[in-house]
Ligand binder design. Structure first.
Ligand code: ATP
Ligand code: MG
Length: 215
């Protein structure tokens, strides 16, 4: 069925889902979400800060309260951006299959969900819990830097990609070598983070004395 719907003219709701640890959220995340919204004509992009990511120890990540608040502050000025607590409020480790199931229940069976992720993270998809069921439940937008080899990526995605080819989309985002790891390192070593994160997020980090130690 086409996204525009049938004769009724009613278009299916198109929702972007941007999952992440957001420890902290930065302009790489925001630019990618806005580009995806525009390119794929999404009505909304929902940022979903994770509860406990499977690959990180609980003590390695900042309290969900702070990560959630920074995500709200960063998305405040975009009327198409929203933040969901589904992953934070669900106990235990966060799996993307649960995120998508919860949002599917919220937006109904007709909504088209687009999970937005860095292309490198797409490669991990085969190791995600219930990868096949997940791929059948939503579309994927893999953000790449311009010039990134898509051939290589497609090869590495393997059989699941070939079976669900139509569920995978790619989006070139202008080179943004920003990562939360780098932001945390900069705060720890006293380097500026201005213009790498929204001003409100920089103020929040300073006020709450986040990232002064650790990784
Ligand atoms: P960390 O360095 O702690 O791993 P991160 O910067 O990768 O943090 P995450 O919260 O892990 O941020 O990422 C959330 C999502 O955003 C992932 O899908 C990731 O691939 C994507 N992402 C992260 N940084 C960028 C960026 N600079 N440009 C585009 N996408 C990004
Ligand atoms: Mg990451």
């Amino acid at each position: 069925m086409r996204a525009e719907g049938g004769r009724s003219g009613k278009r299916r709701q198109r929702i972007g889902v941007m999952g992440g640890t957001f420890d902290p959220i930065h302009y790489g995340h925001l630019v990618t979400a806005e580009a995806a919204r525009h390119e794929f004509r999404l009505e909304q992009v929902i940022f979903v800060p994770s509860g406990r990511p499977p690959h990180k120890r609980p003590e390695e990540i900042t309290d969900a309260k702070h990560r959630y608040t920074m995500t709200v502050l960063a998305t405040l000025t975009n009327p198409h951006f929203d933040v969901s607590r589904v992953d934070i409020d669900r106990p235990g480790v966060t799996y993307t299959i649960d995120t998508i199931s919860d949002l599917r229940a919220l937006y109904g069976p007709e909504a088209e969900l687009y999970f937005i992720t860095g292309a490198d993270a797409l490669l991990e998809i085969v190791s995600w819990k219930d990868a096949e069921r997940l791929v059948s439940m939503c579309q994927f937008i893999g953000a790449t830097r311009p010039g990134y080899s898509l051939d290589q990526l497609e090869q590495n995605l393997g059989p699941l990609y070939r079976r669900y080819r139509r569920s995978f989309h790619f989006l070139e985002v202008p080179a943004l070598a920003i990562s939360s790891t780098e932001i945390r390192r900069r705060v720890r070593t006293g380097s500026p983070i201005r213009y790498l994160v929204p001003e409100t997020v920089a103020f929040y980090i300073a006020k709450n004395r986040l990232y002064l130690e650790g990784n």
